[in-house]
Design a protein around this ligand. Structure first.
Ligand code: PLP
Length: 495
């Protein structure tokens, strides 16, 4: 065969000297970013079309660049100037944490080793580190440490894993062979549940009608009387209730369902008890945790999201499953072309058997490193501080006449702007206040001094600050009500 010989030096390769130089320079740049968010806005507030214009619409380059170092440097600049920084101490939006610096470096290390954590033989130490990370997460939140578990990309995927394990375990026919057929599997969830459950019911073949929505009580917790009544009715009507989802911190308000009592109901009716702890599960590890939150230790599966309240860089989610056989039952296939089993008794753990992915990245390292960096007590302290700051925000809002508080739970505080002379309880003002607060939210997000998101509760549009941010301090909390009032007044004057 007549081929052009490949040079001993691939164009993709970077020489040792250049790699070290480029890497150091990038780390210097990132160090400057991480040290000094207070000198920047949370976001540039540029419109998508402006961002697109900055990037340009060149076709894929036919040839490469001279200097990878320059390329890295320029690309870092491009991102620094045109990103939203959830690492900023004034970022309080959704449930997104500042990324741990050690996690940032860990992702770099993880991709250098590039283990495929789908199979033990392809990732010997990474597999053990993931197992240990899962065990430590379970230990932290008070879940049995001999549980099974798997790391995934985030909360949605973590909940899907629990959902699928439940579906498999509680169908009393061979669902792997026969599928759902005409059987009606039913899942019970609070109306406050995160929308992952819509996706799960749709994607996994149950259909949206298989979700039995439980209206929350006035305090927003799941109404257990209604839950039990619906389960009974459905069982009597020959349906197959299979799972109840409890929330360890709802996505909008941070409300914790009475998980201890839900677990009793699930035992009584032989249902799988899944806890969505994507946001709040880590708070179960605090000395201040409530009995209802600690009830997550009784669940059959728990979704937990290290990229939320363990401050890991995105992506990192995890599902814990009380009995690991349930993961294997739901997810394990072993084709002939896998040689992953090893000889004799000392068998490797193969994570492809525990979840949906085949090739898998090393998501555990950044979580494991942070656990080692500051330990259990370190995390307990920071998580508790986030909660205390959210409480402090409530007090600041209460002390501000033009702000009306709604609720504070875990590290979420909700409130809204009500101008002088307007009565927030007057139903005639509802639309006006909703529109005003929507405008305030957009303006704040655009201006970039702070970033909050919203909740809509009983038709009221609320501003919502969620503190899962180890960089936020009291001075930042004190600033937020002032920004909201200033923007609110500007808008009232101009509109
Ligand atoms: C954030 C969140 C999810 C979704 O998690 P992702 O990591 O965004 O996929 C699910 N449930 C709750 C309660 C959440 O807070």
């Amino acid at each position: 065969m007549n081929i052009e010989p490949r040079s001993s030096y691939s164009p993709l390769e970077i020489s040792k000297e250049d790699f070290i130089k480029a890497g150091h320079e990038l780390v210097d740049q990132i160090g400057e970013l991480l040290c000094c968010f207070d000198n920047r806005l949370v976001t540039s507030g540029k419109r998508p079309s402006q961002i697109k214009a900055i990037l340009g619409d060149a076709p894929m380059p036919a040839k490469g660049v001279e200097s990878p170092k320059e390329l890295l440097h320029e690309s870092a600049r491009l991102l620094f100037d045109n990103s939203l920084f959830n690492g900023h101490p004034m970022f309080f939006g959704y449930i997104t944490s500042s990324p741990t610096p050690i996690g940032i470096l860990s992702d770099f290390l993880a991709s250098a080793i590039n283990p495929n954590v789908g199979a033990g033989v392809l990732s010997p130490m990474a597999t053990e580190i993931e197992l240990q990370t899962i065990k430590w997460m379970a230990e932290f939140i008070g879940y049995p440490t001999d549980c099974g578990g798997v790391m995934v990309s985030g909360g949605n995927m973590a909940n899907f894993i629990g959902f699928l394990a439940a579906r498999k375990a509680k169908a009393n026919w061979n669902i792997r062979e026969e599928g759902l057929g005409d059987k009606k599997l039913l899942v019970y969830a609070s109306e406050e549940n995160h929308t992952w459950i819509h996706k799960a019911a749709d994607l996994f073949g149950l259909g949206l009608q298989s979700i039995r929505w439980i209206k929350p009580l006035p305090n927003r917790e799941m109404d257990l009387t209604m839950l039990e009544q619906k389960i009974k009715e459905d069982q009597e009507n020959g349906h197959h209730p299979f799972c109840v989802v409890g929330n360890a911190g709802t996505v909008s308000l941070g409300v914790v369902d009475p998980l201890d009592e839900i677990s009793i109901l699930c035992k009584k009716y032989n249902l799988w008890f899944h806890v969505d702890g994507a946001y709040g599960a880590p708070a179960a590890g605090l000395p201040s945790a409530s009995k209802k939150l600690k009830g997550l230790s009784l669940a059959d599966s728990v979704a937990i999201d290290p990229h939320k309240w363990f401050y890991s860089p995105i992506e990192a989610g995890c599902t814990l499953v009380r009995n690991k056989q349930h993961l294997i039952d739901a997810f394990s296939f072993n084709p002939a072309y896998y040689n992953f089993k090893g000889d004799g008794g000392d068998q490797p753990v193969n994570f492809h058997e525990f979840g949906m992915q085949n090739s898998r990245g090393f998501k555990a390292l950044k979580v494991w490193m942070a656990f080692k960096q500051i330990g259990r007590e370190g995390f307990q302290k920071i998580i508790q501080q986030d909660i205390d700051l959210a409480k402090m925000l409530l007090e600041e809002v209460m002390a501000t006449p033009e702000l009306e508080t709604f609720m504070q739970s875990l590290s979420i505080t909700t409130f809204r702007f009500v101008p002088y002379g307007i009565n927030g309880d007057d139903p005639k003002q509802k639309d006006y206040l909703n529109e005003l607060n929507q405008k305030i939210l957009n303006k704040i997000q655009e201006q970039g001094e702070a970033f909050v998101s919203n909740a809509v509760i009983d038709g009221r549009f609320l501003l919502r600050a969620c503190i899962v941010n180890f960089r936020t301090r009291e001075e930042h909390i004190k600033l937020l009500p002032k920004i909201v009032v200033r923007v609110g007044r500007e808008l009232v004057g101009s509109w």
